[in-house]
Design a protein. Structure first.
Ligand code: PMP
Length: 312
């Protein structure tokens, strides 16, 4: 069951301190609200009911990408990697989530300046909030996807490897089109016509036993789940290729799946009304999906370093 809630936990980090979530508000004139001049992250924590801990997945890597995004944008920011991790741990201990949780770090232009500008000297504001989050896309059945008529923003327009607020207008257009046409999600082609990714997730296909995903240079967000899946696949002996994918390869793939922090690993049953493989969860997608869930829940010793376990 897809389960999304917009109810935040009671506390949020805002204006350099932890406040009640209902007090974490901005003005209608906020620059980031008008122009999408923000950069954000999305991280998950998985709650272990028996042992009472939250396992935060690849926190270091998420904040590393977040800071790299800010470096690309070229703005100043007042928190470093260590401070961001500490803020997260402090917020967890305040909110004590007893459920699977999504973390949203957000650096944004909080000024009321009327021009669309990112001024190096004005540090971006920072907020971190948490919401309970189950599946974003179904993971217990196949999802359906359409190749979007919208192209993925190119790295030279709004840098695709930056998780920039403004670029999610592009995602929203594709998601809307897909849903209005009865599909669960969209697959973007890049401006040069190669398969890029989903509306807010990366994409893998399987052909003749080889796991294939678009390269980092095909206008994708460099997903941390994508990197995780590539590593897990290599570790269990699956051949992987990072190379450009043509649209028509989607129609003859044996298997396909989306992956991302929100999407987790969600296998695809149909693309543009063509059945993918036998229309069921494929062997490779299935193996990776099972292993992924075991890893993120902190049950695989070998990958323990990816999980920050916090008693709640
Ligand atoms: N692409 C886009 C456009 C996304 O929004 C996301 C979600 N952050 C991803 C890919 C997957 O990235 P990650 O695995 O780091 O969540």
């Amino acid at each position: 069951m897809t389960h999304i809630t917009n109810t935040s936990f009671p506390y949020t980090f805002f204006h350099k301190k932890i406040v009640k979530t209902e007090e974490a508000n901005v003005s209608i004139m906020t620059n980031a609200l008008q122009y999408g001049t923000g950069v954000f992250g999305g991280m998950r924590g998985y709650y272990n009911h028996e042992k009472g801990f939250l396992s935060v997945f690849r926190m270091k890597d998420h904040y590393k990408r977040f800071l790299q995004s800010l470096q690309i944008v070229g703005v100043s920011f007042e928190f470093n990697q260590k401070e961001l991790e500490e803020i997260t741990l402090e917020l967890i201990s305040k909110n004590k989530p007893k459920t699977d949780t999504y973390f949203r770090p957000f650096a944004y232009t909080g000024s009321l300046n009327i021009s669309p500008n990112l001024i190096r000297e004005e540090p971006l504001d920072f907020a971190l909030y948490m919401i309970p989050l189950g599946d974003y896309l179904p993971t217990d059945k196949g999802v359906t996807a359409m190749v979007s008529s919208w192209r993925r923003v190119s790295d030279n327009a709004i840098p695709s490897r930056v998780k920039a607020s403004g670029s999610y207008f592009n995602s929203a257009m594709a998601k809307k089109e897909a849903m209005q046409n009865g599909y669960d999600d969209a697959i973007f082609l890049s401006e040069n016509g190669h398969v890029a990714e989903g509306s807010a997730m990366n994409l893998f296909i399987v052909r003749d036993g080889v796991l294939i995903t678009p390269p980092k240079s095909d206008d994708i967000l460099e997903g941390i789940t994508r990197r995780t899946v590539l590593q897990l696949a290599k570790d269990i002996g699956i051949t992987v290729e990072e190379r450009s994918i043509d649209r028509t390869e989607l129609y003859i793939a044996d298997e396909a799946f989306f992956c991302g922090t929100g999407a987790q690993v969600a296998w695809i049953s149909h693309i543009d009304k063509r059945q993918v493989g036998n229309g069921k969860r494929g062997e490779i997608a299935g193996k990776l999906q099972d292993l992924f869930f075991s890893v993120v829940r902190g049950n695989e010793k070998k990958y323990a370093s990816w999980c920050t376990k916090v008693k709640v």
